[in-house]
Ligand binder design. Sequence first.
Ligand SMILES: Cc1cc2nc3c(=O)[nH]c(=O)nc-3n(C[C@H](O)[C@H](O)[C@H](O)COP(=O)(O)OP(=O)(O)OC[C@H]3O[C@@H](n4cnc5c(N)ncnc54)[C@H](O)[C@@H]3O)c2cc1C
Length: 386
Amino acid sequence: MTRFSDERYDVIVVGAGPAGSSCAALLARGGLRVVLLDKAQFPREKICGDCINPKCWPLFELLGVAATLRAHNLHVLDSFRVTSSAGVELRGTIAWDDRSPFFSIKRSALDTLLLENASDSGVTIHEKTTVIDVWRNNSRDMVIRASGENGIFEVTSNIIVGADGRNSVIAKKLFQKVGVSQRQYGAHGSLQKERRVGVQWHSHHQPQSGSGVELFLFESGYCGIVNVGDQAANIAMVTTPDHALLGKQNFSRFLEETLYSNPAARERFSSLVPMGELSTAFPIHPRFHRGRKQGVFLVGDACQTVEPFTGEGVFFAMQGGALVAQRILGSHTHRASFFPGRVRRPFWANRLSSPLLSHRHTANALVSFASRFPSLIPLVVRGIIR
Ligand SMILES: Cc1cc2nc3c(=O)[nH]c(=O)nc-3n(C[C@H](O)[C@H](O)[C@H](O)COP(=O)(O)OP(=O)(O)OC[C@H]3O[C@@H](n4cnc5c(N)ncnc54)[C@H](O)[C@@H]3O)c2cc1C
């Protein structure tokens, strides 16, 4: 076994998504020795709708990446259109201020920027390094076993941040599972319809969508389409496991049975050929992990999965990373208070959106209701995108 590091780190962060990179950067800037481990090599893609909520901007400012992002020629999003499977359409505009727009960006670009920022902040980074185990040793240190390019190694610290996403190894190994178990659903069990899978791919730019977000409802789920820059469009869908599987086997039949079962979508988007692989997230709501362990923190998707429809996962990941960094630095220096603004929790509309959108009749009824009371729409949009 190769010992990767005999020197101690103050903090080991596992996972270099928005949660891990944000947390690691702030910890390093606060003077701690931090190592960040990720199994991927960046730039890497990540299943996502690629929509970034404007409330991320104070966090981008805090991290020092806002100016770089603004110089990125961002694809700003300013309107939306929702079409129910009954053909009822809801349209609206999205208000933002010039310095903090709602925008779309490929996660490969955003996450690489955040990782480089962590590196510039003094974090030691190891890509292509998969964490396979974690435990507390006899000296009360946390030990991480990982597999990297040079083989298996162990690294120790008395603080670990688990930012390793929805299938977090840190959460699985150290915390208790709660919530819905996958085993409750047999392959053809009665709850089959309740299971939801995320499917996402990039296709070529869709000029007819311009700077709008399009959402289509259909029998087995819903699908969002948004341009990401002027080269690509992101298509992110929530559907059943059977359809997700079909997507990988027979893409045109998959489209017929899902998105194109909504006639308006078929009419508007005649070609959504994937530019690469389809990504899937199964199930979209994995089991939560709860509990407390001294010196171990979970952030981002490792401790919560946020309904993707409203594009808030990245915000909650970065907010969680900043809050955990503040807490850790506070316990080291007794003075660390940098969190910008108030801590935000998911808006009620975000929490309700998943169950409502997942049931065709409720979703259609909601769109019909909202289309009759257009003055309500800006209020809901302001609550979600702010
Ligand atoms: C279909 C879908 C659409 C979505 N759309 C949006 C959207 O439009 N806007 C939005 O804001 N959010 C969206 N989300 C949610 C968003 O993608 C996540 O909330 C966000 O990526 C969470 O960030 P994170 O840093 O917690 O985890 P991640 O971004 O998942 O990063 C985790 C990192 O950990 C690494 N890792 C995992 N396991 C290990 C291991 N064992 N060892 C080492 N490294 C490991 C991974 O390689 C990865 O880099 C969507 C989610 C889905 C499923």
